[in-house]
Write a protein that binds this ligand. Structure first.
Ligand SMILES: [Zn+2]
Length: 182
């Protein structure tokens, strides 16, 4: 650990500071620093306040439409592992939380809408699965590699085409770790 300390004025220093607060030994990467009432990690990145999982998305995938939610596949609000996150609308987040039996933390926009029941969830999922299949077939037809298919189908569903599709999350994590000598 010694000797790899970088100045907090630098991007790598901030990144290292972020990694220092994560326990990456399990499948989920558990946030070890401040947690808010909703169970989400909180932190600062260059003085700006972030929810840790949103910052994780930003660091690994780049800038995103901040009106979207960073949601969990793993249903663990203290997790910041990029592979366990996906970008979605608040409705996506709500339906998935509800389906997993997790209670939403907020009211207002996040309040469960009576119209969203399990049938609606299944319908949405069915459409998504169909869409995934179309994506897979299209990507294969275009001669791209399987990792792109996986990434598009599983994790990047809501990301606009302008967001990067090269590499994959694992590669991004490895590159960042290598850069920081972690
Ligand atoms: Zn997780």
């Amino acid at each position: 650990m010694k000797g790899r300390r970088k100045s907090l004025d630098t991007f790598d220093g901030q990144l290292l500071n972020f990694f220092d607060k994560i326990n990456t030994t399990g499948d989920c990467w558990i946030w070890q620093a401040a947690i808010n009432k909703g169970g989400y990690g909180t932190c600062r990145f260059f003085q700006k306040k972030w929810l840790a999982h949103r910052l994780s998305w930003y660091l690994f995938f780049g800038d995103f439409d901040k009106s979207l939610s960073v949601c969990y596949w793993c249903n663990n609000p203290s997790c910041v592992r990029p592979q366990h996150l996906y970008l979605g609308t608040q409705i996506d987040n709500m339906t998935y939380m509800k389906q997993c039996g997790r209670q939403p933390n907020n009211v207002g926009e996040l309040n469960p809408n009576a119209k969203i029941d399990i049938r609606a969830v299944n319908e949405i999922r069915g459409l998504r699965n169909a869409y995934r299949q179309v994506i897979s077939e299209t990507v294969r037809r275009l001669g791209l590699c399987e990792c792109h298919v996986q990434r598009i189908a599983n994790e990047q569903f809501w990301v606009s085409p302008s967001e990067k599709l090269e590499g994959g999350t694992d590669k991004a994590v490895e590159e960042i770790k290598k850069r920081l000598s972690l």
